[in-house]
Write a protein that binds this ligand. Structure first.
Ligand code: ZN
Length: 122
């Protein structure tokens, strides 16, 4: 058994030289494809998190909907085209063309109240 301080190699080679020797021996006996495969795999493992981050950001930019409730004007955020309920006023809402609209039942007429000023010439 080797203790923690003892090395497998009696001459203290730097680890880089040891790995370079292993690679050269593998390439010499015709296993260069194995080295290339390992290097490609390591490169993919290093690049994959950045690609995943870019993909998630792109997806969120396309599917994240921000707006306000048409009833109570509370700021809302939703993911994807889905029906939701306003957390402030409990109004059922729907996403249409990137905006929140009321999800009114059929045969419901949505009216907006308009304040009418009395005429001044009496
Ligand atoms: Zn609301």
């Amino acid at each position: 058994m080797y203790s923690h301080n003892q090395s497998l190699f009696p001459l203290r080679f730097p680890r880089v030289l040891v790995w370079l020797g292993v690679f050269l021996v593998l390439a010499y006996i015709g296993l260069g494809w194995l080295i290339k495969s390992l290097l490609i795999l390591i490169a993919l493992l290093l690049v994959a998190p950045f690609l995943a981050l870019v993909a998630v950001r792109w997806w969120l930019q396309r599917h994240l909907i921000q707006g306000e409730c048409p009833v109570c004007h509370t700021s809302l955020t939703a993911v994807g085209p889905q029906d939701l309920v306003c957390p402030a006023c409990r109004e059922p809402l729907q996403v249409q063309s990137g905006k929140f609209v009321r999800l009114a039942p059929t045969n419901t007429i949505d009216v907006q109240a308009v304040e009418v000023q009395p005429p001044n010439h009496f």
